[in-house]
Design a protein around this ligand. Structure first.
Ligand code: ATP
Length: 238
């Protein structure tokens, strides 16, 4: 069963067609990878799903509710939660204070302690967010998103700037949420990382859906290789 259905979503910014008649089904409980060249429309699609930007046309269904496109308040109520390429946290506050605020709005505040451990934040609880090492700040952003107990978690390039152990930790974290039944839409230029985690993959190119299928099918699809993977997409880790 699909938790999210997108039907013929189009969005223009002036003369730029950012999304061109995109239709997609995201199955419940799966990790769904979304890749494509720079400017393909990936972040714009996440902005539409999370209610940040209304599309010009098209409709969306979440868990059987046929009322999309929806405003951001509705998407939050549905349990659609996103992270941003630039981590959103209260930078002047400590990690502990950030998490206290998250606990105040969390439907399950007792899980914050578990999130602290899972996201590796225990040793930086009293540090100001603005002073955190890059990887810890990204993990804080993810912990804040998870505190909202998402049903659909939209991760926009969570691996940017991470390598080695940090990347491995993020992979473990994502697998944990997959095991907990959270549906994940993962945008990532680190294609190896994305293919390892995803059950299905979609490819956007200049706003259009170029491909949708399994990671194996994706990596052997000639159109995907021509437009993205063959141009070094699998090694881009910016
Ligand atoms: N607020 C905006 N105003 C005008 N044009 C925009 C805006 N946001 C995105 N665009 C344009 O829409 C297109 C899709 O951009 P988008 O950021 O969704 O691509 P992307 O696939 O996420 O790229 P990247 O991998 O570089 O993050 C691009 O041509 C971009 O310049």
């Amino acid at each position: 069963m699909s938790i999210l259905e997108l039907h013929n979503i189009s969005l223009r910014f002036g003369g730029v067609v950012a999304l061109d008649d995109v239709s997609l089904n995201v199955p419940a409980g799966m990790t769904f990878g979304l890749i494509g060249p720079n400017g393909a429309g990936k972040t714009t699609l996440v902005n539409v799903i999370s209610g940040l930007i209304p599309p010009n046309s098209g409709s969306m269904v979440f868990d059987g509710r046929k009322d999309g496109p929806w405003p951001i308040a509705t998407s939050v109520g549905y349990g659609i939660v996103r992270t941003f390429q630039q981590t959103r946290a209260f930078l002047g506050l400590t990690v502990r204070e950030n998490l206290r605020i998250a606990a105040a709005v969390s439907p399950q505040p007792e899980m914050i302690g578990d999130l602290v451990d899972a996201c590796g934040l225990a040793e930086v609880m009293d540090r100001t967010a603005s002073e955190l090492p890059y990887a810890a700040l990204r993990h804080l952003g993810i912990a804040l998103a998870l505190a909202l107990r998402p049903r659909l978690l939209l991760l926009d390039e969570p691996a940017v700037g991470l390598s080695g152990d940090e990347l491995e930790r993020l992979g473990h974290l994502i697998r944990r949420w997959m095991d907990a039944g959270i549906t994940i839409l993962l945008i990532e230029h680190n294609v190896r990382f994305l293919m390892d985690l995803s059950d299905r993959v979609a490819v956007l190119d200049r706003g259009r859906l170029l491909f949708e299928g399994t990671p194996e099918e994706c990596q052997s699809n000639p159109d995907v290789i021509n437009t993205y993977l063959g141009r070094g997409g699998s090694d881009v880790e910016h």
